[in-house]
Design a protein around this ligand. Structure first.
Ligand code: AMP
Ligand code: MG
Length: 300
């Protein structure tokens, strides 16, 4: 497992200002890692991911059996940050029965006819389940904040759309999550943090590798021009919506193997800390089990 001090550094302290420049995007997050060297760290990351897959599979069974909590995992990041790949790698050992992934894109006309939480609420995980949001209600303070003209489509009551408006959105999100947490939902939020250079590299790969053509969208290039505006929107989001009950983790994501090991480790550690138990067997159930054994044996 990854050392606490590394995980702690990823967590955005509630109420504190955030400058993304202070969060690295690479693999060498501290001197100790730097001294170990990239190949050694990469190998260790692979081991950590594998160990976590196994631990996560067990943790999920317990989550399912105890039926008392839900887990909501939110993944945000710029285009090409590696959201899909992270889901695929981290969740690969998990029983599909208890895990669902939802991707949220441009809202449909029907979705725009409702309040902005509506489509996300419909997909919240039930008790015992892990729900993964590939993009989420946070787009409402990211893409929508960078392109405020999108608000017109939401047909909100009239009013100013300045700083106060966005602060109200952050507050609504915090309240929404507070309610979910109080109802037994463990909320884990990850921002996959990549550098602008790395995004360029990955976009070029999409253009040069036939198998990646399908992933390319001209819209990604258009959004790249708003890089600084997005970084700013992300900083404000992190500052305003990292709370004790639903903290943000900023994951250095220029190296996919590093990002995956870190995300896996946070998810496993946090589910394990729920201290779940298999349901206790009542004396009546014990008696039924004894009877059932007898009945089956008598058949022989
Ligand atoms: P992808 O994740 O590549 O499938 O792209 C989904 C696209 O949907 C991204 O360009 C997002 O910016 C966009 N999107 C997601 N949520 C919203 C939203 N609430 N309003 C407008 N656009 C959104
Ligand atoms: Mg895309």
């Amino acid at each position: 497992m990854i050392k606490d001090k590394i995980l702690k550094r990823l967590r955005v302290v509630p109420g504190k200002g955030v400058s993304l420049k202070n969060f690295g995007t690479g693999w060498a997050q501290n001197d100790e890692l730097k001294d170990a060297g990239k190949e050694a760290v990469k190998e260790r990351a692979g081991e950590i991911l594998q160990a976590n897959r196994e631990a996560l599979s067990e943790a999920q069974e317990l989550l399912w059996a105890s039926d008392s909590h839900s887990v909501l995992i939110v993944l945000q990041g710029m285009d090409t940050a590696g959201k899909d790949g992270t889901i695929r790698h981290v969740m690969s050992g998990v029983n599909p029965q208890g895990c669902r992934v939802y991707s949220f894109g441009v809202p449909t006309a029907d979705e725009l006819d409702h309040d902005y939480f509506w489509r996300y609420i419909l997909k919240l995980p039930a008790k015992g389940e892990i729900g993964i949001f590939n993009r989420s209600y946070y787009e409402e303070v990211l893409v929508v904040r960078v392109h405020p003209e999108l608000l017109d489509k939401q047909r909100l009551p009239p009013g100013k759309r300045g700083k106060k408006f966005w602060e109200t959105r952050y507050r609504d999100i915090n309240e929404f999550e507070r309610h979910l947490a109080a109802s037994g939902t463990l909320i884990l939020k990850f921002f996959l943090h990549i550098s602008k250079d790395e995004q360029k590299k990955r976009l070029l790969e999409r253009l040069e590798n036939e198998e990646k053509y399908w992933k390319f969208s001209l819209a990604d290039l258009a959004e790249r021009r708003y890089w600084d505006e997005y970084q700013d929107a992300y900083e404000k989001m992190l500052e305003n919506t990292s709370t004790e009950h639903a903290p943000w983790y900023v994951i250095p994501a220029d190296y996919k193997w590093a990002a995956r090991a870190l995300v896996a480790d946070v998810i496993t550690t946090r589910i394990q800390s729920l201290d779940l138990h298999y349901p206790a067997v009542t004396p009546q159930q014990m008696e039924e089990i004894r009877r059932a054994r007898e009945i089956l044996r008598e058949e022989e």
